[in-house]
Design a protein. Structure first.
Length: 572
């Protein structure tokens, strides 16, 4: 089964990841798309991705602003790992999942010969080349004049390598694989590999392998351990040339049997330590070597100098990747710690309420006092509702979901919320005023999701005017025929929200209610409305109350039963 992911690296959903499999998916702003993009410059049905012959194919669906792949407009194109898809102002990184067999290919294809192997005796004919500021620069004006073409080529290659290093990548092996492919391409080598040292044990192991299309390198790729050890110990790039005429190559030895005629091995020198090596070679069948009579070598000193510079860039990429992984891990642990701390605090408060109610129940039972039992049970029930709503909000916020659309009446859903909150409003001395729109047309929406979104905001509104003389919460529904949208307005006459706090309202764990709020409810409500293609708008002036408006487009048409991703959206 084909597997891939789309990661939003730029746009309003930055950081959101969408999983792709063999099912066709739609991409756009419409609620029926498996990949929802809340970008106003993205069409409701903007593009699609289908699986054809094990490959993912991106197709533009006659969008208004077009679909771009790696900066170029496209109509239909096969996606490759690392491609960047741009829709409006949103950029998504396509990553093809690597199977376990593919990720282990390097280890299976590379034979790192032991130093005692009789065939591991390649002659080092070029050595002593370390990475420094002179690696790619001729040593004199005369040399620069004699090799202007080579210098330009080297700079172009390094530019390509730099682009790959700066390009978003889902894994280090994928990045190193692209660097190795460029190296093989520019040196005209037949195959190559990158060996990295384990940062903990120091053990050298293969990470990526690549060969040039059409090369004759079959079977395992033998790598000279003595050359690798020399490079690691001295930090110098080396090359071998014309192995057929090297006395160290006796018939039947493993290196010669593999047809290796030339090879280059360079260090991957990081900022502070040597991380591994890049090894490339040119292979030729033994019979061809005899026929050619020892043709001139292709891997010269200029290419050795270039590959040394590539090794340096690859090492910096490895270091940056490790730093980034360490930073992400630290931030993830910090986020987990913050989440646990915040939730533990709220759960502790709820459990204290449950214990208080249980204590009253126990006293009432011992004293045969029914009024005390009922009072205690009321406290327990209230805290049961709190823990239930907290868990539901956590589940809603923590996972990506598609709204379960049903043709229903928005007024009915909001009525259920108001009836549920009447007792709470009366307890707080708050008037809950509910005014449904009698002309509101039935529409497709997720009743359970909208119920939770409205419940969270109505609860907040009641808390905002709790114990306030004349405290009132107005709830009403309506629709706008011009924009083809439906809305639910929830307003209170409380103290209002300071302007500096409004941008933070929908951030997770940001609460304006102090110890009384979890900071999850508004985030959940915004998420649910975005899943419907809409949003929550806040209008508040400090000292004059606040109004929250939940708005989303009216959906008129249901999809065909055999095509869940092709529902037609009514344009706004």
């Amino acid at each position: 089964m084909a597997q891939a992911t789309l990661l939003v690296i730029q746009g309003i959903e930055q950081g959101t990841r969408f999983e792709l499999d063999d099912a066709d998916v739609g991409i756009g702003r419409g609620v029926h798309n498996a990949v929802r993009i809340h970008d106003t410059e993205v069409s409701r049905t903007h593009a699609s991705i289908a699986v054809e012959g094990g490959s993912f194919v991106l197709a533009d669906q006659h969008s208004s602003n077009g679909t771009f792949l790696n900066g170029q407009p496209v109509r239909s194109v096969r996606l490759r790992d690392g491609d960047q898809i741009q829709l409006g102002r949103t950029i998504l990184l396509f990553s093809q999942a690597i199977s376990d067999d593919e990720s282990a290919m390097a280890a299976h294809r590379i034979d790192l010969l032991a130093t005692s192997d009789p065939g591991d005796k390649l002659a080092i004919v070029g050595q002593g080349l370390q990475h420094d500021s002179q690696t790619l620069r001729p040593q004199s004006p005369d040399e620069l004049a004699r090799q202007p073409g080579q210098t330009l080529t080297d700079l172009q290659v390094l530019y390509r390598i730099t682009e790959e290093v700066a390009r978003p990548s889902t894994s280090l092996d994928q990045l190193l694989g692209r660097i190795l492919e460029i190296t093989i391409d520019v040196t005209r080598a037949d195959r190559g590999c990158i060996l990295l040292q384990n940062p903990t044990s120091g053990e050298l192991s293969p990470h990526v392998f690549a060969d040039r299309r059409g090369s004759v390198s079959g079977g395992k790729m033998p790598v000279s351990r003595s050359i690798v050890d020399y490079v690691l110990q001295n930090g110098q790039g080396v090359r071998t040339s014309d192995a057929r005429h090297d006395a160290r190559f006796a018939p039947g030895q493993s290196i010669l049997q593999a047809g290796i005629r030339e090879a280059i091995c360079v260090p991957m020198q990081g900022r502070h330590e040597l991380l591994g090596v890049i090894y490339i070679d040119i292979t030729t069948p033994p019979e061809r070597v005899i026929i050619e009579g020892g043709s001139a070598g292709k891997l010269n000193e200029d290419l050795l100098r270039l590959v040394v510079a590539i090794g340096r860039q690859a090492a910096l990429a490895v270091e940056d990747n490790r730093y980034q992984q360490a930073l992400v891990k630290a931030e993830r642990l910090a986020a987990i710690g913050q989440t646990i701390t915040t939730l533990s605090h709220h759960i502790k408060n709820i459990l204290q309420g449950v214990r208080g109610g249980s204590y009253l129940i126990d006293m009432g039972l011992n004293d045969h006092n029914e009024a005390l039992v009922r009072k205690g049970w009321g406290i327990v029930e209230k805290n049961q509702d709190k823990i239930y709503n907290l868990v539901l909000d956590m589940l809603t916020f923590s996972k990506e979901r598609k709204p379960v659309l049903q043709r229903a009446d928005v007024n009915t859903t909001v009525t259920e919320v108001c009836e549920l909150m009447q007792a709470r409003a009366a307890e707080c001395g708050v008037k809950l005023d509910w005014q449904p729109d009698p002309d509101l047309p039935p529409t497709l929406f997720d009743p359970e999701g909208i119920h939770r979104a409205v419940l969270n905001i109505v609860t907040n509104a009641i808390d905002a005017v709790d114990s306030l003389e004349g405290g009132t919460v107005h709830v009403r529904t309506g629709h706008d025929p011009q924009t083809r949208s439906v809305f639910i307005s929830i307003a209170d006459n409380g103290a209002g929200i300071p302007a500096a706090q409004i941008p933070l309202l929908f951030s997770l764990f940001e609460s304006t209610k102090g110890a009384h709020g979890t900071g999850i409810g508004l985030s959940v409500s915004q998420k649910i409305l975005r899943e419907h293609g809409g949003g929550v708008v806040v209008d508040s002036t400090e000292g004059q109350g606040a109004r929250f408006t939940l708005e989303w487009p009216i959906i008129d048409e249901e999809p065909p039963l055999d095509s869940p991703n092709t529902r037609t959206m009514v344009p706004l």
